[in-house]
Ligand binder design. Sequence first.
Ligand SMILES: OC[C@H]1O[C@H](O[C@H]2[C@H](O)[C@@H](O)[C@@H](O[C@H]3[C@H](O)[C@@H](O)[C@@H](O)O[C@@H]3CO)O[C@@H]2CO)[C@H](O)[C@@H](O)[C@@H]1O
Length: 682
Amino acid sequence: MRIEIEERDGIYKVKVNDPLPPVDFGFKGVKSSKSLSDFSLNVYEEKDYIVIEKPLDLREHVFGLGEKAVELDRRRKRYIMWNLDHYAYQKFQDPLYINIPFMITLLHGKAMGYFINSASKLIFDIGFEDYDKIKIKVPENGLEFYILEGPSIEEVIERYVEVTGKPFLPPEWAFGYMISRYSYYPQDKIVELVDLLQKEGIKVTGVFLDIDYMDSFKLFTWNKDRFYDPKKFIDELHSRGVKIITIVDHGVRADQNYKIFLSGLGKYCETDKGDLFVGKLWAGNCVYPDFFREETREWWSNLIAEWLSQGIDGIWLDMNEPTDFSMEYCINDVLGKLPINLKNLAEYKAFPDNVVHKLKDKVVPHSKVRNAYPYYEAEATFKGFEKAGRKDVFILSRSGYSGIQKYAFVWTGDSTPSWDQLKLQLQLVLGLSISGIPYVGIDIGGFLGRDLKEIDNSPEMLLKQFQISLFFPLFRTHKAKDGIDTEPIFLPSFYKEKIKEVINLRYKFLPYLYMLAVEAHEKGHPIVRPLFYEFQQDEDTYSIDDEYIAGKYLLYAPILQGEKRKVYLPIKVQWADFWNGEEVRGWVDSKHELPIYVRRGSIIPLSDGLLVYGDGRVVYNGVVIQSEGGIITFSKPLYLESLSLYSLQGKVLVNGKEANYKINGKIVMVDIRSEVREVKVV
Ligand SMILES: OC[C@H]1O[C@H](O[C@H]2[C@H](O)[C@@H](O)[C@@H](O[C@H]3[C@H](O)[C@@H](O)[C@@H](O)O[C@@H]3CO)O[C@@H]2CO)[C@H](O)[C@@H](O)[C@@H]1O
């Protein structure tokens, strides 16, 4: 076995034998004098695997790996990295849609990262088979992996995105309240629905169109009965300030009369015999673009650009694990004749073993690169936006691989609205965030309709789902055909008002969320963070995964059941209750149904000025902050790390002296780190 190590700024790239990485991230370093033993790593070959082994200390914690339906601390389990369409997944089921081969270890407050650039069916065994070992089994002969120094979790993530790419910067509207359903139609009813919501004072920034907008599920077509005049429809929504996002799956209907199918011939996935692989998806017999090939991505990006040119604003990439229904259909044929009901056939929705791809002119089996399919699909889609001359890019992807953060938002797939899953949804979102994907969300409402017994489609459950999502980067309702309507106007007035309150609060914080998106884009930092991300010296935070911090400054502890809860506020810093300004820290009882706490030393941009408990007047740590005509005054000097202002232009003077600040869109970020008496914008 041959091992070479290159390094650059705390990043070590290890090459084992002759790897063909699924994605060439282009990282270059200089030859390193370090050896694997310097990192306590042992790499060896075992049957069909290369194994990376490292000791697991009793006090060591492990985070990351993407979408895993367990606690955030990944210890004592074994994980399979294999993107699957796991409809109606439950806690502990593995794998799900997004597997990210990047883990962060934390021992005695010091973090290290490991990124294995392999899109095959890896196994991460975290102290399960061997109590005191982490074993990563890679079913390949050659391998590229990275060791990422900390010592903070934040620095590990910064190094991870240094390798795999910084997140893109989405438009502001992507953080608003967006609505979706499988499926909204016809076009006039959608406009009517938006009007009903907006008449009630509920602002919607986007509408998603699910597969029924298409003609016989053929990509890039309209069903003319349902959308008799797409241009009129697009114009009507745009005139209401609402964007349109259409679903685009990867299955192209195999049909001699369908020009897009014909235009893609030679660019689709093939079998190892060189035949076109024809599978099954919504449109019946389908072929799938081989996104690993550059010419396929080029072709796809042109299709996307042309589709966008009608005025479409966003693309929703679904089924891109990639999923194919042919094996499931065969199995269902057999099982349908038996008196048993096997609910989960996720495994059989993958491509069959004989599918191959062309990667850098080499023919590679699907199984060796599967997980990177959504990455390349998203890359090509992103390029379509660029070709269409779009500055605002919005892509939502169900699946992903390392690097997906450069192109897309992701969400947690077909979830179940059940009491068990509320916490799970939080864990999934935080798990993805800490795996380098800042733009994450859930189907608010839970996707599933009425076909499972654990489902609770009550307004109370819907409200809880809205509440947990308050600061999630993606804030979108979505529902299966047979579920309740999730738009609050259809609820009893008590719930309608409660949900309106959450939506309005979301808009109030939107400038702050956008500021965090800028931070994500510039540095790779997650938007919503587990507590231990910010307080990694505080071991009490390691197992808390029902609270989160949005950015550095807002701690949120959604109430998952009932009306009250205990909240942990890391004791190293001072917190103020957002609702009453009361100073709190440590374990406290929640006092409001949306328990939000603000960290000392912060002022947060809100839609109506800066962080406000009242209008233009902030009471913070007993200091009254007034904001009027571009002058912010403090009744007593107050220590501030930074100050974020919204929609202001001009020079910023802090205590009379020009301050360091950055303007990004509407946000002015002022670096302060001192006691402040007055801030003036001149
Ligand atoms: O575009 C429509 C929705 O597509 C996604 O959800 C679908 C999921 O990906 C499929 O696997 C499928 O699930 C069926 C399952 O395979 C089968 O064994 C049986 O249990 O019936 C299931 C339901 O038909 O259907 C899902 C849609 O119902 C996507 O995740 C959704 O967001 C889209 O709305």
